[in-house]
Design a protein around this ligand. Structure first.
Ligand code: ATP
Ligand code: MG
Length: 455
């Protein structure tokens, strides 16, 4: 991405602590998710809902396996090292207990007394001292034990296996554990953030308040010209909402799972219901749920139908789930899909204030010699630039001091490179032009007038 590229020369000298801390976040995410799944499994187990319990135990196991396969460079992080050790220790510990329990449940006859007496797994051990730090306790192949797993006594064969396989896909590729973007990383868009806060975050936290007439909308569309933060917003939503976040992109559904995409969609909603509160995010929703046409592929028609059916289940049910779509081509969205995404939020081009904030954010990692007045000039000159155009502009301006060095660049010390100045931006403005045309903007305005709910 923009800021990473421009920082490469500086950060290569030191250990990359940023990458490490995002890995740390991820590990924490897996740890917490596993704990959550196992707690629910245990409850089911105590209740005697054995099949449910096994399912959740397996879910927990597959999360643990994934979590344990993360390698965290924790050396440079001090206190973080102990957290890593504690989380990994917990997961190792749970894994042993759960594997035993699942084996028991699967092999004992249903009326056996041992089945009725689950052993409490000590989930409270999080953050406590851990016996050892293993590099990777479980090789990837053993994944199968957890979810594709032994159908065991049941032996209900093909269907169960198929289900387990789809479930594994959802858990492995669609379930997004703690994306690392936060509200504060996103410049401007106060209106959109506010709307998301009311429609998604608060209802997820206070389900008791948001009932009846106050029940939140279950479908939401972020639309607007490309490169203005729709995808970023959804990712931030996931980390702020403390809900399980399922992120499916059009490409993963249509290319990889072509032909069985509708089965995947069914499983997606099922797993999401088990892990509520949940957010299902469909990026570039227009490309999977576009207007139905005569020449359309049978498979994609089935996919759409399945989606509508599942969506109606969510809209009429009591599950705490919300479907969020994002698109830069709202005109191509299927009518039925559009109707279901009842709140439609326009993510517009950045105004002057947003551009200023965005510039300051982009420039913060890089030495520059820009006065307040210089920044204002750039803000004024980028009236029709999108967020990603601005990022490209800064990247271009940042490279000019390097380019000026010519062949000397290979031996010059990093500190002696001159900071970028307003002249670099003037040059960059000539080569980086706005990517969204006036006609496109007019088309968005039309669509907003007709279908938008917030601007
Ligand atoms: P598309 O419609 O093409 O999918 P999008 O609206 O999803 O575009 P993003 O991928 O979210 O756009 O943003 C593209 C890039 O632009 C981001 O990675 C970020 O660098 C920058 N960007 C855009 N808007 C903002 C913003 N408001 N705050 C911070 N960065 C932004
Ligand atoms: Mg996007």
């Amino acid at each position: 991405s923009a800021s990473q590229d421009s920082e490469t020369p500086r950060s290569s000298a030191q250990p990359d602590s940023r990458a490490s801390s995002s890995e740390l976040e991820k590990l924490r995410g897996y740890h917490d998710l596993a704990k959550d799944a196992l707690e629910r499994a245990y409850r089911k187990d105590v209740e005697g809902s054995i099949a449910e319990a096994i399912k959740l135990y397996r879910l927990g196991l597959s999360i643990i396996y994934e979590g344990l396969s993360i390698t965290v460079q924790a050396t440079g992080l001090g206190a973080a090292f102990h957290k890593v050790a504690a989380w990994r220790g917990d997961m190792n510990n749970w894994q042993q207990h759960v594997l035993e329990r699942v084996r028991d449940l699967e092999t004992m006859p249903a009326d056996s007394p041992t089945v009725r007496a689950p052993q409490r797994i000590t989930l409270q051990r999080a953050y406590s001292h851990s016996p050892r730090l293993q590099s990777s306790a479980v090789p990837p192949q053993s994944h199968g034990v957890a979810s594709a797993g032994r159908t065991g006594a049941a032996g209900s064969g093909v269907i169960a296996k198929e289900e387990a396989r789809l479930r594994e896909v959802i858990e492995g590729e669609v379930l997004d554990r703690r994306p690392s973007i936060r509200w504060k990383d996103i410049a401007g868009l106060a209106g959109a953030k506010q709307a998301l806060q009311e429609m998604v975050i608060l209802p997820a936290q206070r389900a008791d308040l948001f009932q009846g007439l106050r029940a939140p909308a279950r479908g939401l569309l972020l639309y607007g010209p490309p490169g203005n933060g729709k995808t970023m917003l959804a990712k931030a939503l996931a980390s702020e909402a403390r809900a399980t976040f399922f992120n499916i992109s059009a490409s993963s559904l249509t290319s990889k799972w072509h032909g069985e995409a509708e089965k995947l969609v069914r499983m997606l909603f099922k797993v999401a219901a088990e892990m509520q509160p949940a957010i299902i995010f469909i990026d570039e929703i227009d490309s999977i749920l576009s207007e139905r046409s005569a020449g359309e592929h049978e498979a994609s028609r089935r996919l759409k139908t399945q989606f509508l059916v599942e969506f109606d289940g969510v809209a009429n049910g009591s599950e705490r789930m919300v479907v969020v779509g994002a698109t830069n081509r709202p005109q191509e969205l299927d009518d039925a899909v559009r109707r279901r995404l009842v709140k439609r939020i326009y993510i517009s081009m950045p105004d002057a204030g947003t551009r200023r904030a965005l510039l300051q954010h982009l420039l913060s990692g890089q030495p520059s010699r820009l006065s307040k007045a210089d920044v204002e000039r750039i803000v004024a000159a980028t009236n029709n630039y999108s967020g990603s155009d601005l990022a490209a502009l800064c990247r271009e301006a940042a490279i000019i001091p390097i380019r000026d060095l010519g062949p000397a660049v290979s031996c010059v010390p990093a500190e002696s490179i001159r900071p970028m100045d307003v002249g670099d931006f003037e040059v960059a403005l000539r080569s980086i032009r706005p990517s969204v045309s006036r006609e496109q903007l007019a088309a968005f305005a039309d669509w907003t007038a007709q279908y938008g709910t917030l601007s």
